[in-house]
Design a protein. Structure first.
Length: 58
């Protein structure tokens, strides 16, 4: 009787684990490469140009 209870408990735990498992999305590349934020890209370009422009003053 205890063996039957143990088997049912293991089956219930395995079934619960299968139900709670989250499917993982397939790894695939972005269609346009890295996702780029235009505002961040502009801010980085402005920062780089400012550092080049004021390099002689610092």
């Amino acid at each position: 009787m205890e063996t039957l209870l143990l088997i049912h408990g293991l089956l219930a735990a395995a079934w619960f684990a299968m139900l709670m498992r989250k499917p993982r999305p397939a790894p695939r590349a972005d269609p346009d490469g890295f996702a780029v934020d235009p505002a961040l890209s502009k801010a980085l370009d402005d920062s780089a140009s400012d550092s080049v422009r004021f390099r002689g003053y610092l």
